[in-house]
Design a protein around this ligand. Structure first.
Ligand code: A2P
Length: 283
């Protein structure tokens, strides 16, 4: 596994296992244990995934040292605010049943983001959160909030894949050495990505599958990637990308695949309202 160093000095495994939409009370527990057995050391959950309990239990039962596993969770939108975020952080720690969370993110950057960030900065100082970051920040949302932060975000977790390379926000994030984390790194299974000629030609050349070529491009480009798979074989082989290197020309060819468009536009009208009503977090 390859690691990147975040702007606060902490190290993060470049490939993580995401548990969005996997139910609690069994399925997430099994999936995380299996991922850890397959070699993953980075698990990405969120309060709004409703499976933090299973994630924590699998980590405790795995027999792997806690320090070897990197756990991310996220504050839900209804907890954006200073007091609300303090409660949200305490709730995540309680549900995960862990002493600290490696990385905690503002899941959706609307409402009192500055208040929530202040609570996260304090929790970092207290050692409850080791690194803190944001998610789904467009250029406009970044410019609205990040200049007011004391600690600059360690990561911004956004939609990213060869068809949607987020060039503008990446340029901005360079100024604070904020790393990009990719959700939908395989385009959510989009055939126009997975069967793109550039990708399939490289898959043939290197004896890898198209998903592995895409993940390699991302990791080689300095992105932390969170591929999703329910297939045991692919869960394992998606980690098996460290025995080859794409040439500069190949990296450039994939860079040219960018369409500048993805499935989620954080600036679209009505997004905040739709997200606010999507999930209700309970204690
Ligand atoms: P499956 O669960 O059958 O493996 P994303 O991470 O962008 O949301 O994409 C997830 C989709 O990509 C799922 O449909 C998953 O299907 C598929 N997928 C995961 N790994 C690979 C791979 N190595 N090659 C092709 N498709 C993959």
């Amino acid at each position: 596994m390859k690691y990147l160093t975040l702007n606060d000095g902490n190290k993060i495994p470049t490939i993580g296992f995401g548990v969005f939409m996997i139910p609690n009370d069994g399925p997430t527990y099994e999936a995380v244990l299996n991922a850890l057995k397959s070699g993953y050391r980075h698990i990405d959950t969120a309060a709004a995934y409703f499976n933090e309990e299973d994630v924590g239990k699998a980590i405790r039962d795995s027999g792997i040292d806690r320090e070897e596993i990197f756990v991310t969770s996220k504050l839900w939108l209804s907890d954006n605010g200073y007091e609300e975020a303090k409660r949200g952080i305490a709730r995540s720690l309680r549900k995960l049943n862990l002493d600290y969370i490696d990385l905690y993110l503002i899941h959706q950057p609307y409402g009192d983001v500055e208040g929530a960030w202040k609570a996260m900065e304090e929790a970092k100082a207290e050692g409850k959160l080791h690194s803190i970051g944001v998610s789904n920040m467009s250029v406009a949302l970044w410019n609205k909030f990040v200049p007011h932060f004391n600690i600059k975000p360690a990561v911004n977790q956004v939609e990213f894949n060869p068809l949607f390379q987020q060039k503008e926000i990446r340029a901005l994030m360079k100024e604070t050495d904020t790393k990009l984390e990719a959700w939908y790194p395989l385009g959510h299974g989009d055939a126009s990505l997975l069967s793109h000629e550039i990708i399939t030609n490289l898959a043939n050349k290197y004896g890898k599958n198209p998903g592995q070529i895409i993940l390699k491009f991302e990791v080689q480009d300095g992105v932390i990637t969170l591929p999703k798979s329910t297939n045991k074989e692919r869960i394992k082989t998606n980690l098996d990308i460290f025995d080859f290197t794409l040439t500069n020309e190949e990296m450039e060819a994939i860079r040219q695949m960018d369409t500048g468009k993805g499935s989620h536009n954080p600036d679209a009208p009505g997004v905040e309202e739709r997200l606010r009503s999507a999930f209700v977090i309970e204690d």
